[in-house]
Structure formats: structure tokens, C-alpha cells
Design a protein around this ligand. Structure first.
Ligand code: N01
Length: 538
């Protein structure tokens, strides 16, 4: 082992909500760090996703940092679900308040990282041709940051304007008087479609799989929610940390199977009115584990869709029937279904009429033995992300003996606690696969991971150690545990991005940990209390 000193203690990839908090903590600990960020400013998800209508789908009082008590008490959210510009202002405010930009190299992409067993350092290669050595390497790259490559024939041939929701122009887009086609009906599409419809002369939505969406009932922060957090902010934050999804809420102890029809409808109506991402799946204790229970909730939402959408054929096409409610990410919307009542808005059901090709003029779909051609001035791809693993394996990461992370994960991610992977010493992931991440309030899960990682680096330093790596046995156990949890639920039934099923050729395994924030946090804490059980340190 050589005694070569690294350029910095820690390289962080990404300057979003996770990267910023990491930089703050590392500086407080007296460790040197640099963050590389592809964008030209901070914000991560909230920097890139500037499409019309982009908002948080977890209430902003919950989806915010808790580590800066002064900020937490003084920042006022103007709405229950803040818009992307407001969230980006908040992130910028944090970066300024704590002078974090000086640790960030912007407009610089990390292309590769290699571990050296002799020096026990990582060498991180960036697209400006530079190499930076570090002792610890943290991927704070976000779960939904690597866009899915368009997998539609003829992509690239369209001669009009092309937009991707995940890479929206900073100056905004005015669709007034334009004929617009939107491909996809996930959260990004569902948030943007009503606003695009309010501008466009014609809007055509190409839907492959319909989504369940609930009304957000957005507006000012609700007095009851405000009161709950104002009563005792620290206690509220603590409740969030030990809740199932990172948001304080009481869990139902009722089964949808044993209550009366009247009670079921009452609970579902309450959930519909509550307008949170967790309200419907949390209406009864068994909605995500029992198909019959789930079907009650699914049919409730389908009946809502039928009651909103005037045209029965369009309404039926908008009703999801091929997967249980909640096993594809639920959406929160403002006037999504009602938008299809507008005369200039058309839904094309791709199950009945699949896209045959993007063309120079628009989109051709199969129609019986023939084809129907749609012509547009602008096309919007709202086709999603290579979620959870995409941003990590997009970087060429070589661990011990040159083991490639991409190859190791070819059949699905293999991690211990979603934090580290065997053969990749000193490489950490924030909200990595097999951690609760996207099934939780990301703000809470990010803070937990950043705290765990920084506390671990502190512990190593205190004990004169500099290398940490999970054992193969611990990793195998965690992967099995994560898969076992998934198998107890309905999640594997859906072809969702949670299952990696949205990306052609990607392994079909459950990506987030389904055991909940509370259980997960206790396991991480117990690992530390057990003297880092499952980790080898030297
Ligand atoms: O992406 P998605 P998203 N031909 O993958 C369709 C978070 N988020 O960007 O379902 C035709 O959900 C695809 O169809 P199918 C949130 O966690 C949060 O909307 O694969 N269609 C689907 O309809 C969310 O879940 C907020 O059959 C194709 C759509 O494109 C996640 O990000 C806001 C296709 C992609 O939907 C991703 O959401 C926005 C093809 N070849 C997003 N390929 C908040 O509110 C894909 N599709 C915080």
C-alpha cells in the first residue's frame, strides 16, 4: 500500500439536493471535497426538469431540508406543492447561504472512476480531460436523472421542434397556436399536458399505459398541515424520519377486505380529497399486498375517471387495468383528466394503435391494416428515465481488480443497504438502488444517507481506518432481503420503472427497497451499532 495523498478527500458527483448537503457536512467535518456537476448550476432534478407544470408531488413542508433549523423555520412555501422554479430558488438559496458553490465544478461530467488497490484511492475522470484522485467517491446522482433513450422508430427524423421533459429549455416554450404531440403519460406528462393544452391549438397525447392519478388539490399550505409542523418542528421532523414513507402519517390498520362497501367508499373518498401521493395506497393496510383489496381502490379511481371524462371511449382508454394501483408511481395532477374534455385535445391509445414511426411531419400509428398520420409543429417526449441505476452505471466505474460495476449489475443492482457494493471500496451511493429512495420522501431519505455516509467517514477517521467495503455475504443477504420484501407485495406485477421494465434490455428486478423508511433507518443504525456488521474495514 502506497502513501500517496489524494487531491481531495472526497469526490461528489452531482450538485442536487444530496450533493449540496454532502458538501456542507464534509466541510463541517474538515474534509476536502469537490463536486462535479454536469449542469451550469445547482439543483439536480430541479435544474433539469423545467417542463410546464413541474412540481413536487410530496408536500413542500415535508420535501425540504431539516438540517438547517433556521432555514427550516424561516423559508415560507407559497403553495402546498411548490413549482419547480420555487424549489430551484430554495436550492439556490441554500447554496448561497452556505457558500457551497465554491466546492462545485460546473459543466463537468464524470465519465469514469477507477479504484487503485495499491494507493487505496479512486481516480475520477471528467469530460474536461482532468483526473482527480480521492479517498472516497460518492455518487449523489439522483434516481431519475438519466433519461431513457428514445426507443421509437424514426426518432430524430421529425423536422419540427423537439422537447424532452427532463431537459426542458431554460427560457421556456410557448406553444400558442401550435399543433403539439406528447408521447407518454407518466407524472411529467400528466403535470404538463393541462398547461400545454391551454396554449396549443391542437394537442394529441400518445398513451401506451394509462396511469392512476389523483387530484393534487393544490393551493396554499393547508392550515392543519401548517399547525402540525409549527406545533413542534423538531418532533415533526423526527416523526418523518421514523415513518413508513418519510412523511408523518398514521398507518391504517383496517383491511379493505373486511370492512363494509360503505366504509370502503368513505375511506377512498377521503383519500381522493386528501390529494397526497400516499393517501390512496394508505387508505387500507392491504392495498399494496392483496390483489382483491387493491382492485377496490383501482375501481374507485377508474370510476372517478369515468365521471370526469365525457367521452366514454376516451374515459375507458384512460382507465388503467393492467397493473395494481400504486405499483406504477401514482401521479398527482391538476385538471389532467378534465383536459381530455377539451375539443382540441385527443388521446391516441397506443395499445389499440401502436406507433409505427416518428416521421418528418409527426407520428404514424398502425390503424387496422393501414396507418394514421398525425402532423405536428412540436413533439414532446415525456418518456421517462433509466431510473435508479442509469446514472450510476452510465459512468465507467472499475472497482477491485478492474471489476466493472455495469457488468456486476447486468442482472440487476447488487448492493448492501443500497449504500455500497462489494468490490467497490469507498464508493457510496446516495439513495441508491435497494434503499427506500423513490418510495419515500426523497428529502428525508437523502439526509439519512448523507448523514450515514458522513458519520461513517468520521468513524473511519477516528479509528485510523481508511477503507470500507461490504462483504459478499452481507450484500447477498441484503439483495435477497430486498427481493423477498418485493415478493410479498404487488409491485412485481407491474411493468414499471420501479422494476426496470421501462428500459428495453434492462434486468427486471425491483429497484427500490420496499421495507419502508422507518425499518430501513433502524437497520442502518443497527449495522453501525453492531460495529459495522457486514462491512470490512482496514
Ligand atoms: O416518466 P415515466 P416520467 N412508446 O416513466 C411512456 C418522478 N416525477 O418522467 O408506461 C410510447 O413515469 C411510458 O409508457 P409505459 C416520478 O417518480 C416526479 O413521467 O412505459 N410510450 C410512460 O407513459 C415519476 O414516476 C414528479 O407504457 C412510451 C411515459 O412514457 C418519475 O419521475 C414529476 C415509450 C414515461 O413515464 C418518472 O416520470 C415528474 C415508447 N417507446 C416525474 N417509452 C413530481 O411530481 C416510454 N413511454 C415530483
Amino acid at each position: 500500500m502506497s502513501d500517496q495523498q489524494p487531491d481531495v478527500d472526497v469526490v461528489v458527483v452531482g450538485a442536487g439536493i444530496a450533493g449540496l448537503y454532502l458538501l456542507y457536512r464534509l466541510r463541517e467535518m474538515g474534509m476536502s471535497a469537490v463536486a462535479f456537476e454536469t449542469g451550469d448550476d445547482v439543483g439536480g432534478t430541479w435544474y433539469w426538469n423545467r417542463y410546464p407544470g413541474a412540481r413536487c408531488d410530496v408536500q413542500s413542508i415535508d420535501y425540504s431540508y431539516s438540517w438547517d433549523a433556521e432555514l427550516d423555520e424561516t423559508w415560507e412555501w407559497s403553495e402546498r406543492y411548490a413549482t419547480q422554479p420555487e424549489i430551484l430558488r430554495y436550492v439556490n438559496h441554500v447554496a448561497d447561504k452556505h457558500d457551497l458553490r465554491r466546492h462545485i465544478t460546473f459543466e463537468t461530467r464524470v465519465d469514469g472512476a477507477a479504484w487503485n488497490d495499491d494507493t487505496e484511492l479512486w481516480t475520477v475522470a471528467t469530460d474536461d480531460g482532468q483526473q482527480t484522485t480521492c479517498r472516497y467517491y460518492v455518487m449523489a446522482t439522483g434516481c431519475l436523472s438519466s433519461m431513457k433513450d428514445p426507443d421509437i422508430a424514426g426518432t430524430g427524423t421529425f423536422e419540427g421542434d423537439v422537447y424532452f421533459t427532463g431537459r426542458w429549455p431554460h427560457e421556456g416554450v410557448d406553444f400558442t397556436g401550435k399543433r403539439v404531440g406528447v408521447i407518454g403519460t407518466g407524472s411529467s406528462a400528466i403535470q404538463s399536458i393541462p398547461i400545454i393544452a391551454s396554449q396549443a391549438s391542437e394537442l394529441t397525447v400518445f398513451q401506451r399505459t394509462p396511469n392512476f392519478s389523483l387530484p393534487a388539490h393544490n393551493g396554499p399550505v393547508r392550515p392543519a398541515d401548517r399547525a402540525a409542523i409549527d406545533a413542534d418542528r423538531a418532533a415533526y421532523r423526527q416523526l418523518a424520519k421514523y415513518s413508513s414513507a418519510g412523511v408523518p402519517r398514521e398507518l391504517s390498520e383496517e383491511s379493505a377486505l373486511t370492512v363494509s362497501e360503505e366504509r370502503r367508499q368513505e375511506r377512498f373518498e377521503e383519500a381522493w380529497e386528501e390529494g397526497t401521493i400516499f393517501s390512496m395506497t394508505g387508505a387500507f393496510m392491504d392495498l399494496l399486498v392483496d390483489r382483491t383489496a387493491n382492485e377496490y381502490a383501482a375501481e374507485f379511481v377508474r370510476n372517478k375517471i369515468r365521471s370526469i371524462v365525457d367521452d366514454p371511449t376516451t374515459a375507458e382508454a384512460l382507465c388503467p387495468t393492467t397493473y395494481p394501483l400504486g405499483t406504477k408511481r401514482l401521479c398527482l395532477d391538476t385538471n389532467y383528466y378534465a383536459t381530455f374534455n377539451e375539443p382540441h385535445v385527443t388521446l391516441v391509445d397506443l395499445f389499440a394503435n401502436p406507433i409505427s414511426s416518428i416521421t418528418p411531419a409527426g407520428i404514424d400509428v398502425v390503424d387496422g391494416d393501414g396507418a394514421t398520420s398525425y402532423e405536428f409543429d412540436a413533439l414532446v417526449y415525456a418518456t421517462g428515465f433509466d431510473a435508479m441505476t442509469g446514472a450510476i452505471v452510465r459512468v465507467d466505474i472499475a472497482g477491485r481488480n478492474g471489476v466493472q460495476l455495469k457488468e456486476k449489475w447486468a442482472e440487476g443492482p447488487k448492493t448492501y443497504l443500497g449504500l455500497m457494493s462489494h468490490d467497490f471500496p469507498n464508493l457510496f451511493m446516495v439513495t441508491g438502488p435497494q434503499s427506500p429512495s423513490v418510495l419515500s420522501n426523497m428529502a428525508v431519505s437523502i439526509e439519512q444517507h448523507v448523514d450515514w455516509i458522513c458519520d461513517t467517514l468520521d468513524h473511519l477517521r477516528d479509528h485510523d481506518q481508511r477503507v470500507i467495503e461490504p462483504t459478499q455475504e452481507a450484500e447477498d443477504g441484503w439483495v435477497a432481503h430486498a427481493n423477498d420484501f418485493a415478493d410479498m407485495t404487488l409491485f412485481p406485477e407491474a411493468n414499471s420503472w420501479y422494476m426496470g421494465a421501462n428500459v428495453p434490455g434492462k434486468a427486471r428486478v425491483v429497484l427500490p427497497y420496499l421495507g419502508g423508511v422507518d425499518r430501513y433507518r433502524r437497520i442502518c443504525d443497527a449495522v453501525v451499532d453492531g460495529d459495522y456488521v457486514g462491512f470490512a474495514r482496514s
